[in-house]
Design a protein around this ligand. Structure first.
Ligand code: FES
Ligand SMILES: [Fe+2]
Length: 423
């Protein structure tokens, strides 16, 4: 459980809130690269701030306040031109760094345009995502994820899915390995997307779960003991403050040959607040050995709704199907794990934010408890003027070099030869 005040610290991320200042200390994904065309601005809401993305003449992304500093017209209706974004009402031109470059209708106001300072945040693109830094002071070093290397571009897929709940409950699912044995369970091998994987998590529903603090956040080692004595070991991670990484072979068209081996890549889920009641789950699938069939993956994950918004919502009871629950899936909402996770995180408690003072946490929740401690410490660090965990500056060693994502099935130990009794 968490006290009401600590719960507020972690779930409220608007400007000037302690939790919001902590989240702003890190680079955050704010859009998919494919959403931002060269000449069409894109409205985005991040951490309760209304912003607009656009590309300059060189194609570089910029993120500025959404409402024009003159009389607050929505700049997502603006024109991308002159290296900036021009408001369609009176033609003011805003640059990507928040300066007003032109006020074509103004005469005789020397220095007026130079006094305009519009909100503007630095951005970069990597792995199909646009990242921005909404914090104070100079941005930290960009995170050094292996898949940011452009040489891996063919092996990286990025997408996002809207969640109608606070970011923290979405992310808490990333540090909860036990739920794989229930929420994502299929009722038979024939019903499972991955019959082998389903059998492994169903075989031992009470795994040993060991969280361990790292410089980037937390490593979780989950060990299931299999019937017959083998072990199923998963190493997953919480990456500060709102990202999880774990194994799982990205979807491959079976017609295209055998899938790549289990540890040739991994996936990440970033839970980025839109505001306190909703968030985007940005997902990266990465394989370092093979090009991904991106169209196939998009179709498998989002083919049903063809948008970033699932048709399954609280309003329609997530289209849960009782007949399917009897025969096919434990949760009754299809075979897409994204839909399973979205369902449970959106229906924790009556509103969009869980009252964590009402929880009864068990031993399987130890990673969750550690993660909350790390996040609360990060909130305190930022409030007291220190860089929080995994905010790295130039020259510091790369904490992500320690991150391991692994899935291993260990065979039963060989039986010791029987000893001959001493004569
Ligand atoms: S409101 Fe934008 S230029 Fe006037
Ligand atoms: Fe899940």
């Amino acid at each position: 459980m968490l006290s009401k005040s600590d719960n507020d610290l972690l779930t409220e991320t608007g400007p000037a809130t302690p939790g919001g200042r902590m989240m702003r200390a890190y680079w955050q994904p704010v859009a998919l690269v494919g959403e931002l065309l060269s000449d069409v601005p894109l409205a985005v809401r991040v951490l309760s701030e209304d912003l607009v993305l656009f590309r300059d003449a060189a194609g570089a992304p910029h993120l500025i306040g959404r409402y024009c500093p003159h009389r607050l017209v929505d700049l997502s209706y603006g024109r991308v031109e002159g290296g900036g974004l021009r408001c369609i009402y009176h033609g003011w031109l805003l640059s990507g760094d928040g300066r007003c470059l032109e006020q074509p209708g103004e005469r005789g106001h020397a220095g007026f345009k130079d006094r305009i300072r519009h909100p503007a945040y630095p951005c970069f693109e990597a792995a199909g995502l646009i990242f921005a830094y909404l914090g104070e002071g100079p941005p930290p070093r960009r995170p050094q994820f292996e898949f940011f290397d452009p040489r891996h571009a063919a092996g990286v897929w990025a997408g996002k899915l809207y969640h109608e709940c606070n970011w923290l409950q979405g992310h808490e699912g990333n540090v909860d390995p036990q739920h794989l044995s229930f929420l994502h369970r299929f009722m038979s091998a024939a019903a499972a997307l991955d019959p082998g994987g389903n059998a492994l998590v169903v075989d031992d529903v009470a795994p040993d779960i060991e969280p361990e603090e790292t410089r980037y956040g937390m490593r979780i080692r989950t060990v299931r003991t299999l019937t017959g004595g083998g072990r199923y070991v998963r190493v997953t991670n919480h990456v500060m403050p709102n990202c999880g990484s774990f194994g799982g072979v990205p979807m491959f068209d079976p017609a295209a040959g055998p899938p790549p081996h289990e540890n040739s890549g991994y996936q990440l889920h970033w839970h980025v607040p839109i505001d306190d009641n909703s968030h985007w789950k940005y997902t990266v699938l990465f394989n370092r050995e093979r090009a991904l069939d991106k169209r196939f993956i998009t179709d498998k994950l989002f083919g049903e709704q063809k948008t970033f918004y699932s048709r399954r919502t609280r309003a329609n009871h997530h289209l849960q199907d009782r007949e399917e629950m009897r025969r096919q899936s434990f949760a009754g909402v299809g075979r897409n794990f994204f839909d399973h996770d979205k369902l449970v995180t959106e229906v924790q408690g009556a509103g969009a934010i869980i009252d964590r003072s009402q929880e009864h946490l068990g031993t399987t929740d130890r990673p969750l408890m550690l993660m909350r401690r790390l996040l609360l410490q990060a909130v305190r660090d930022v409030a007291e003027g220190r860089d929080p965990q995994f905010v790295e500056r130039d020259g510091a060693p790369d904490a992500l070099a320690e991150m391991r994502v692994e899935v291993t099935v260990e065979p039963p130990p060989a039986r010791a030869p029987e000893l001959t009794p001493a004569q």
